[in-house]
Design a binder for this molecule. Structure first.
Ligand code: FAD
Ligand code: NAI
Length: 474
C-alpha cells in the first residue's frame, strides 16, 4: 500500500500540537495530527490534557464551586436573601463535560477547516522520516511519510511508589474532576497548582480538605509576600494546609483511604474518603521509539531541544510539556506556532521571559517575570512597589479587598522585571503587565498610563507609582 506523504506530522493534539498543526496548514503545508486520547465514551478526542482533563474542566468546576460559595457566603452582605440552596454535583459535572465536549468538537472542526488530517491512534517514530500510527486494540497500523515531525506528546502525572492510584478512592487530577458527590474528607498530596485549585473546588462544595505538602515553604515559585498572604487566605477559607508533611504510604480501604504521614510533630495516621495525588507532572515520551531514531532525552526525561524547539535530529521538533520550561498551555501554543513558522522558513521565536502564570484559586495568583528571591539570588539590584487591594475602590465595592499587586523594577534603568498579583480576576489583569514587559516598559511608563476608575487594574498603576514612592491611595 502507498504510504501517505505529509510536509508536517504532529504527534499529540494538546495545545502545543493542535496549534502547531493549524499554523502549519495556514502556511500551506500538507499536515496531519496523530492522537491516541479517548474520552469517557471511548471516542477519540482532540485537545489533549488541557481541554479534556486539565485547564478547561478544572476551570469549569472552579467557576461552579465559586458561584455556590458566593451564594452561601457572600450574597447576604449584598442584601440578597436565599433559602433552600442545594447542590446537584451530577449536574455540575455534566455541565463541565458539556463544555469539554463543545471544545473538543470545536478543535475537530478547526482541523477540518484547515484540512489537517486527523490520524487516530498511537504514534511512533520510525527511521527514514516515517511515523507509524498504531490503532489501539485492533493491532492494525498505518505508516506515513513525514518531511517534518513535531512531537507534542505532553505530560502525565507523577506518582508516589507507596500510593497506588485506583481512580476511585486514590485519584490523580483526572479522578478529582469526576467525583459524583461531595466527599466528606479529602486529602491532597502536594500543595502546588493542582492541589490548590482542585482542593479549593471541593472545599467550596463542602469537603474538609487537608493538603499535605512536603516542602517547608508554600508555593516556592511565587513571590514570597504573595505566597504568605495566600497561605493565610487559603487557610482562612478552610484549606488545612500542612507544610513539611511527608507521606509514608496510603491504602484504599472499604470505607475510603488511610494515609500515614510524618511532620515536625511526628507520625500521623488519617482516614479520608478520597485522596488526590498532585505532586507534579512528568514529560510523556513512552512508546515514541525515540531511542531507535536517536532523539536525545535529558536526565529529567524531557526531549532535549534548543531555543527553537529543534531536537538533535534535523526535521524532528518537540514542543509543549514534553520539553523544558513551564508546563503551561499558552507556552505550548507559542512553541507550536514558532516551530510551524520556522519549518516554513520564518525566523520566529518565543520570549520565555514574559510567559505569565496563573493559579486559579480565589483570589487568583498571577505573575510574570522574576520574583524578588530570584533577583536576590542573581545579585541584581531592584526596587519594588506594593499596593494592597484594600485601598482600591473597585475591590472594596466588589467585596474583594484581599490581596496585593507588586511591581519590581531594575534599580538603575527602572525596567520592569516582574509583576505579581494576588487579586480577584488576576488572570485578566496580568495581561497588562505582560504587554508592558514585552515592550520593555519601565515602572514609570506603567505609572504614566491612565487606568479606568474604578477598576481593580488601578492597583497595578498604584504599585507602579509606589516603586517611586508616589502611590496616591496609601
Ligand atoms: P497535552 O495537552 O498533554 O497533550 C498531549 C497529547 O498527546 C495528548 O492528547 C496525548 O493523548 C497525546 N499523545 C501522547 N503520546 C502520544 C503518542 N505516542 N501517540 C499519539 N498521541 C499521543 N495549563 C495552563 O496554562 N492553564 C491552566 O489553567 C491549566 N490547568 C491545568 C489543570 C490540570 C488539572 C492539569 C492536569 C493541567 C493544567 N494545565 C494548565 C497544564 C496544561 O494542561 C498543559 O501544560 C498542556 O496541556 C500541555 O500541552 P501539550 O500540548 O504539551 O500536551
Ligand atoms: P506542582 O509542581 O505545581 O506542585 C506539586 C507540589 O507537590 C509541590 O508543591 C511539591 O513540593 C509537592 N510535592 C512533591 N512531592 C511531594 C510528596 N511526595 N509529598 C507531598 N508533596 C509533594 O505540580 P501539580 O500541582 O501537580 O501541577 C503540575 C503542573 O501542571 C503545574 O506545575 C503546572 O505546570 C500545570 N498546571 C497549571 C495550572 C495553571 O496554569 N493554572 C493548573 C494546574 C496544573
Amino acid at each position: 500500500m502507498n504510504e501517505k506523504k505529509f510536509d508536517v506530522v504532529v504527534i499529540g493534539a494538546g495545545p502545543a500540537g493542535y496549534v502547531a498543526a493549524i499554523r502549519s496548514a495556514q502556511l500551506g503545508m500538507n499536515t496531519a495530527i496523530v492522537d491516541e486520547m479517548v474520552n469517557k465514551a471511548g471516542d477519540h478526542v482532540l485537545g489533549g490534557t488541557c481541554i479534556n482533563i486539565g485547564c478547561i474542566p478544572s476551570k469549569a468546576l472552579l467557576d461552579s464551586s465559586e458561584n455556590y460559595s458566593r451564594v452561601l457566603n457572600k450574597f447576604g452582605a449584598h442584601g440578597i436573601k436565599t433559602k433552600d440552596v442545594s447542590l446537584d454535583v451530577e449536574a455540575m459535572i455534566a455541565r463541565k463535560d458539556r463544555i469539554v465536549s463543545q471544545w473538543t468538537s470545536s478543535i475537530a472542526a478547526l482541523m477540518k477547516k484547515n484540512k489537517v488530517a486527523w490520524l487516530k491512534g498511537h504514534g511512533r517514530l520510525l527511521p527514514g522520516s516515517k511515523v507509524e500510527i498504531v490503532k489501539e486494540g485492533s493491532g492494525q497500523s498505518e505508516k506515513v511519510q513525514a518531511k517534518n515531525v513535531i512531537i507534542a506528546t505532553g505530560s502525565v502525572p507523577r506518582t508516589l511508589p507507596n500510593v497506588a492510584i485506583d481512580q476511585d478512592n486514590i485519584v490523580d487530577s483526572t479522578g478529582a474532576l469526576e467525583f459524583t458527590e461531595v466527599p466528606g474528607k479529602i486529602g491532597v498530596i502536594g500543595g502546588g497548582v493542582i492541589g490548590l485549585e482542585l482542593g479549593s473546588v471541593w472545599r467550596r462544595l463542602g469537603s474538609n480538605v487537608v493538603v499535605l505538602e512536603v516542602m517547608d515553604t508554600f508555593l516556592d515559585m511565587v513571590d514570597s509576600q504573595v505566597a504568605g498572604e495566600a497561605l493565610k487566605e487559603f487557610r482562612s477559607q478552610g484549606l488545612n494546609i500542612k507544610l513539611n508533611a511527608r507521606v509514608l504510604g496510603a491504602k484504599s480501604t472499604k470505607k475510603g483511604v488511610s494515609v500515614d504521614y510524618e511532620d515536625d510533630k511526628g507520625k500521623h495516621s488519617i482516614r479520608l474518603d478520597k485522596l488526590v495525588v498532585a505532586i507534579g507532572r512528568k514529560p510523556h515520551t513512552e512508546g515514541l521509539n525515540l531511542n531507535e531514531v536517536d532523539v536525545f532525552v535529558d536526565e529529567s526525561g524531557y526531549i532535549h531541544v534548543d531555543d527553537y524547539c529543534s531536537t538533535n535530529i534535523p526535521g524532528i521538533y518537540a514542543v509543549g510539556d514534553v520539553v523544558r520550561g513551564p508546563m503551561l498551555a499558552h507556552k505550548g501554543f507559542e512553541e507550536g506556532v514558532m516551530v510551524a513558522e520556522r519549518i516554513a522558513g520564518r525566523k520566529s521565536s518565543v520570549n520565555y521571559d514574559t510567559i505569565p502564570w496563573v493559579i486559579y484559586t480565589w483570589p487568583e495568583i498571577a505573575w510574570v517575570g522574576k520574583t524578588e528571591n530570584e533577583l536576590k539570588a542573581a545579585a541584581r539590584d531592584f526596587k519594588s512597589g506594593v499596593f494592597p487591594l484594600r485601598h482600591n475602590g473597585r475591590a472594596m465595592a466588589m467585596d474583594e479587598p484581599t490581596g496585593l499587586v507588586k511591581v519590581i523594577a531594575d534599580a538603575q534603568s527602572d525596567e520592569i522585571l516582574g509583576v505579581h498579583i494576588f487579586a480577584a480576576n488576576a488572570s485578566e489583569m496580568i495581561g497588562e503587565a505582560v504587554v508592558a514587559m514585552e515592550y520593555r516598559a519601565s515602572a514609570d511608563d506603567l505609572a504614566c498610563i491612565v487606568h479606568a476608575h474604578p477598576s481593580v487594574s488601578e492597583a497595578i498603576h498604584e504599585a507602579a507609582l509606589a516603586v517611586d514612592g508616589r502611590s496616591w491611595h496609601q
